[in-house]
Structure formats: structure tokens, C-alpha cells
Design a protein around this ligand. Sequence first.
Ligand SMILES: [Zn+2]
Ligand SMILES: [Zn+2]
Length: 246
Amino acid sequence: MMLSTFRADLHIHTCLSPCAELDMTPRRILRRAMEMSLDIIAITDHNASENIEAAMAVESPVTVIAGMEITTSEEAHIIALMPDTESLRSLREVIRGNMPSGMGTKMAYEQVIVNEHDEVEGFVKELLINATLLDAYSVINLIHEHRGLAIAAHVDREVFSILTQFGFIPPDMDFDGLEISFRTSPEEAERGLSSYRRYPWIRSSDAHHLVDIGRCYTEFHLREPSFEEIKMALRSLKGRGVTIHG
Ligand SMILES: [Zn+2]
Ligand SMILES: [Zn+2]
């Protein structure tokens, strides 16, 4: 069976995330991903997923994985990579029901829902930058119940990571992988994070601006660019595997 190498950036925000640039629209993101020779991207907005269908509808050789970046009640970020839009939508509904109530809507115009032609369809009103009411263990369980993969986001970042919020990664936290950010080179990660080699590592851009897309990436050895193959690679099954780059 033939395996090929696929270049993936599995952490990209769209204009739905209040902290992302408004020009992070699906068509522009996919054009930039192609320019950066990416084969696979994941769309991972903060606590929401309303732009995933638009991103998947853009005609592009780049495969789009459905994802979300969930903020736990401890203010740690966890990336959910989901098998399909239905499971993501269902996960999003649970997140919606676990956002703090009574928060203002002044940022709603910075939380833009667009279609695949980059036209504005509407706005998300609840403040997506907030932490959810769910702790890290609950978020990981929830992702798994929805058949997704739970990745500890930017573990090398000085804020909003499992490592900073807990001081270490509790051994019973059932992560499918750890994400290293652009801040840390693969060599530095080997030195500084070697005690967390029990998890597979990926490296992603966490792009909030178009120019950031693909600034670092993960190489997956897969039969085809799909969620199921990525899942096998993270488990090193049947020759699949993963290497961090950039
Ligand atoms: Zn984050
Ligand atoms: Zn992010």
C-alpha cells in the first residue's frame, strides 16, 4: 500500500474568531494554504464552528478538516479535530450551552459568519473569546464522545495552554496529541518537552492573519488526506506517522 507525505496546518482561525483578521475568509485562507503548499488545513475557531461549511465548499485542492479551539474553564485551549461537519455541529451545540451567560455582544461585529464566496451571512452574538464552563477533562471526554481527536493546543505558549494552567500535563489527561506552536523549533521542543514524548506531536501556525498560515506545519504519512488517516497517523498505525517541521 502506498503512503504519501501530506503537509498539514491544523490550527487556523477564520474571521469568526474575534481576535482574527476580518480578511481571514474561507477563499482567502484556502488560496494562501495552496500558496504555502499545504495539503491539509483544519479550521479551528474559538468555541464556534459556523464557518466550516463555507471553508469546505470552496473549490480547492486543499483538504479541510472540521475543527474548533475550545477554551476550558481553567483557560486552557484544546483543539478538537472532528470526523465531519455533523459531529462538529453537535459538539458546537454543547459548547453553546456551556458558555457563560449575560456576556456583552459588543464584539459581535468581529465574529463574522461568511459563505464560500466570502460574503457576510451574519454574526455570532455570544462572546466567543470567553472560557466555557467545562473543565479540561470534560472537554476531552466531550470531543471523544463526538468521535473527535483532542489536541493540547500550543503547549509551549506562556498563556492559555494545559502546561501553564496546570503546571504539567496530568498523566490521566487523554490527549490524542500535543501541539507545538511556531514559537518553538522542533529541536527546542525535543529538548524542552522531551518528558511529553508519550503523546504524538504536531506543529501548527495558529494563524489569525493570512500571512501566518503555514508558518510551521506537520508532515503526515498517509494513504490519503482524511480525518481517519490523520487519526491512524497519530497512533502510528499501519505505517502512518507524523513529523513536525517549519
Ligand atoms: Zn489558543
Ligand atoms: Zn488558536
